[in-house]
Design a protein around this ligand. Structure first.
Ligand code: FEO
Length: 395
């Protein structure tokens, strides 16, 4: 299957409606995904990226239905991760001499994953160009650490298409391919989830890279990422979103996350929510049990929030493992510009709240003074402290 993107540029990727997780099981996929590859047929025939290994056969059969593989003049590997390079080994057995344009780091990651196979790598860096015929050329832009050392974007002059690879993508299956055909609410949600869970740790680099791309003064008519929709209607909307998201993003939201053993800590969580609604009616308040709700979905809500309240009972001189694991992931995402508070029940040693506060501070949150630490079950005097906590979090 091929879909015309513009003039002589086609989408030749795979839409994967069945995919449920990504990066092993570390990223949940609720609405399918796609691995986007592109074919340029100008004076030169160019393949940009491939697909994940399990789809190699289907991808190559589809390509063969469209072109003679021997007509491919060169391949651009914008990124070495297997969801985009996984079909290369099979493809290269058919066209072993075909040049592969990529960054120096991509040579390392491709050879690291697939071994040294004698592929004809053509190493490029930012600003390098290659002619594709008919007065058009490709311009390469290194996207180091967005999100791998090898990442790169490729720009096609004349058609003004930015093949951005992972940047500006989403794990979101849209059979009609283009952003104007997608459910707009789901599209924004999935784009934000992708940013919050994959790109947020690199936000300072995102901000710098957006400035660099803007300074190149390249007209951009289409942004064609390697996952999800192709942005053809107002493509710069996703660049503007990224600029906002990279700048310590927050909305007027409080997210309350907890796990509980015998419902005491759950009671505090829900009491905090009702106090927040009373004291700050315009603030969006959401409550999640992190043992039950998908962690990537919760992190997207934390990304949107200006404050987080996190609760766990004390268990074994520590916090519940569900909360400990969740905190570990939270730290890795490097959220900025957010307040946090801790709460929880205990029966004897009671250090859970302090442990939560320490970890939240290490995760970059401004931890407020107020906390709720309830002996066995929350009593009236504990719940009164909820007002102080909410005022400090939302004040
Ligand atoms: Fe970093 Fe879509 O792979």
């Amino acid at each position: 299957m091929r879909v015309k993107v513009k003039n002589n540029v086609s989408w030749v990727g795979i839409i994967d409606w069945e995919l449920e997780t990504f990066h092993g099981d570390d990223y949940s996929i609720m609405n399918g995904s796609s691995q986007n590859a592109y074919l340029i047929q100008e004076g030169k025939t160019v393949l940009i990226d491939t697909v994940w290994t399990p789809h190699s056969d289907r991808f190559i059969d589809n390509l063969k239905a469209e072109i003679n593989l021997k007509d491919i003049d060169f391949i651009v590997a914008n990124h070495g991760e297997v969801d985009h390079s996984g079909a290369l080994p099979e493809l290269m057995t058919e066209i072993p001499e075909t040049p592969i344009y990529c960054t120096a780091n991509a040579v390392k990651s491709l050879e690291g994953q697939f071994g040294q196979r004698g592929w004809n790598f053509q190493v490029v860096k930012t600003g390098d160009t290659v002619d594709v015929g008919n007065g058009k050329e490709l311009i390469f832009v290194e996207m180091t650490m967005l999100h791998w050392p090898d990442s790169m974007a490729t720009y096609l002059t004349g058609d003004n298409i930015l093949f951005s690879n992972d940047a500006f993508g989403q794990h979101f299956a849209v059979e009609e391919i283009f952003n104007d055909k997608a459910d707009q609410c789901l599209l924004e949600k999935e784009a934000m989830k992708y940013y919050a869970n994959i790109l947020n740790p690199f936000s300072p680099l995102v901000a710098r890279k957006i400035k660099e791309i803007v300074s190149l003064n390249l007209p951009i008519d289409i942004i064609a990422p390697s996952h999800g929709v192709i942005w053809r209607e107002n493509p710069l909307q996703i660049v503007e979103k990224y600029a906002q998201w990279a700048d310590a993003y927050q909305e007027d939201q409080l997210t309350i996350v907890y796990d509980t053993m015998w419902e005491g800590t759950a009671k505090i969580a829900h009491h905090l929510a009702s106090v927040a609604r009373e004291l700050s009616p315009d603030t969006v308040v959401k409550v999640f049990n992190c043992a039950r709700t998908d962690k990537n979905e919760i992190m997207t809500e934390v990304f949107k929030s200006r404050a987080l309240a996190l609760g766990s009972p004390t268990v074994g001189n520590d916090v519940l493992s569900s909360v400990g694991g969740w905190l570990h992931f939270l730290k890795s995402l490097k959220f900025k510009n957010k307040k946090a508070a801790a709460f929880g029940c205990y029966g004897w040693s009671g250090e859970g709240v302090k442990i939560l506060q320490e970890h939240l501070a290490e995760a970059g949150f401004a931890v407020v003074e107020a906390s709720i630490r309830s002996f066995w079950n929350p009593e009236e005097e504990d719940l009164v402290q909820a007002r102080d906590m909410v005022e400090e979090l939302l004040g």
